[in-house]
Design a binder for this molecule. Structure first.
Ligand code: BES
Ligand code: MN
Ligand code: MN
Length: 456
């Protein structure tokens, strides 16, 4: 079946042009300013699915941004693959650090530069093009359903409702998602774990108004200083999180399993070099790869307050704020972790300030099984197209709907992603390799073929 390679070769430019059209629409779900663009992107995804040959394609409204659904049922007796992806993207800021416009896709050094090129428009679109190929060549070996959402980057708040209300329509045998990565272009891997998330915001209030920092400085609580002190108390010297009960439910991974995971190729030196770091920090007793996959974390994602304009203003702010994320591992619960954080944060606040802790969104961790037909099909598909066996790897990122699919639909997920850590997703200059884009389109039809064969 190197027919797929011929098909890609013959349609290369069009596959790129079509993706570029999608990348030009700034579907930033977090920023209401882009509302029209997000809706427009849903329509574009619908049009792409229709053109590729899907039936019953529909832009399904939700309380937020719509979910695009489409399907091709060729035979009710055959297994059904439910493809999930997202057409929304992260905000592009800081804009000045982009070397070309975030919504003006260009190819430089073999990479497609644009917000969403990797996460997730580029990876989602690989599925549309692989589907087009199977339709054009009459080789679709099982049923397929597409569910492409527009709120992944803001917590998928309405997807749960949609899934719960559409259980019949979404009936499938497996979920297939390309929204993760591989170790390197010559080291294929399959993501088998995602972390959960608790995202929240804190507000610390000192005096009832901003004050002259000379007249009052030294005699009143400065909420920014106090917020920093409180944040510093959230970890000890070993970078262990100090919130009481935080580690109670954390999955304990055996020494054997840790040894197995450590076999994945990794160089701390290259890691440091890629990030321009002289040294790295993290929880004592764990390797870098363990720290960013099987261990929970706490990170400040944003912190502000006081004067931030040009020059200097001598002022003690009335309020200070921070956005904080905690990445969770299996058996930790997002809601419980929020409550633990809130109780602890309130308990360490000095009596001189008021604190408010507000939840944003969250999700549970997921581990995908490797003993299923679907995983084996994905494994074989990657081995076919990369010429090497893929390595199972747990990732540190989160896709909260994976655990939800399991809970709501009872379905396992295969995370067949093709991105690289160096693709700068969520950062300025996000890019996606042209190699990876076409490799994805090449690999997906093999997944379908093997999955259908192994399901017989
Ligand atoms: N595609 C990413 C998650 C990801 C990337 C997982 C690479 C594994 C490898 C997804 O779009 C994402 O960014 N998720 C958010 C969570 C969401 C609730 C905002 C995240 O991980 O921060
Ligand atoms: Mn994504
Ligand atoms: Mn993302």
């Amino acid at each position: 079946m190197s027919q797929i390679l011929d098909y890609i070769e013959a349609n290369k430019q069009r596959f790129l042009d079509e993706l570029f059209e999608l990348l030009r629409i700034p579907s930033v779900s977090a920023d209401p300013q882009y509302k029209d663009a997000v809706f427009k992107t849903a329509d574009a995804v619908k049009a792409a699915l229709v053109k590729a040959g899907a039936d019953k394609v529909e832009v399904c409204p939700t309380a937020g941004y719509p979910i695009v659904y489409g399907e091709k049922i060729i035979d009710a007796k055959l297994p059904t693959v439910l493809v999930y992806g997202h057409y929304d993207v992260q905000p592009a800021d800081p804009l000045e650090l982009w070397t070309s416009g975030p919504f003006e896709p260009v190819i430089k050094d073999g990479n497609i530069y644009a917000r969403g090129s990797c996460d997730d428009k580029g990876q989602m679109y690989m599925h549309v093009k692989a589907f087009e190929y199977m339709m054009q060549t009459n080789s679709l070996p099982c049923n397929v359903k597409f569910m492409i959402e527009g709120e992944e980057e803001v917590g998928s708040n309405n997807l749960g409702i949609f899934v719960a209300n559409n259980k019949e329509r979404l009936k499938a045998n497996v979920i297939l998602i390309s929204d993760t990565g591989i170790i390197a272009n010559d080291i294929p891997s399959i993501c088998v774990g995602l972390r959960g998330l608790t995202y929240l915001e804190v507000e610390v209030t000192g005096p009832n108004r901003d004050l002259h920092s000379g007249l009052y400085g030294g005699a009143v609580p400065n909420p920014i200083n106090i917020l920093c002190e409180m944040i510093a108390k959230l970890k000890d010297d070993n970078k262990h999180i100090t919130i009481p009960g935080f580690y109670d439910d954390v999955e304990v991974i055996s020494t054997e399993e840790r040894a197995e995971m450590a076999k994945a190729p990794f160089s701390v030196d290259e890691y440091k070099k890629a990030l321009d770091l002289k040294d790295i920090v993290g929880e004592e007793g764990y390797t870098t790869n363990e720290r960013n996959s099987i261990r929970p974390t706490l990170d400040v994602n944003g912190i502000w307050g006081g004067y931030q304009g040009e020059g200097a203003k001598t002022v003690i702010a009335s309020k200070a704020y921070a956005k904080i994320s905690m990445r969770l591992v299996p058996y930790q619960k997002s809601d419980k972790t929020f409550e633990q954080f809130k109780a602890y944060f309130e308990s360490i606040a000095p009596p001189s300030v008021k604190v408010k802790v507000t939840p944003h969104h969250g999700g549970e961790a997921a581990v995908t099984p490797t003993n299923t037909i679907a995983y084996k099909a994905a494994h074989k598909a990657m081995e076919t197209t990369f010429g090497k066996k893929p390595i199972p790897v747990r990732s540190g990122g989160s896709i909260p709907i994976v655990s939800m699919f399991k809970a709501e639909l009872g379905l396992d997920t295969v995370l067949l992603g093709f991105g690289l850590d160096s693709d700068a997703i969520h950062s300025p200059n996000e890019h996606y390799g042209v190699f990876n884009y076409f490799k994805g389109i090449e690999t997906i039809p093999y997944f379908y073929q093997y999955y259908a064969e192994m399901s017989k």
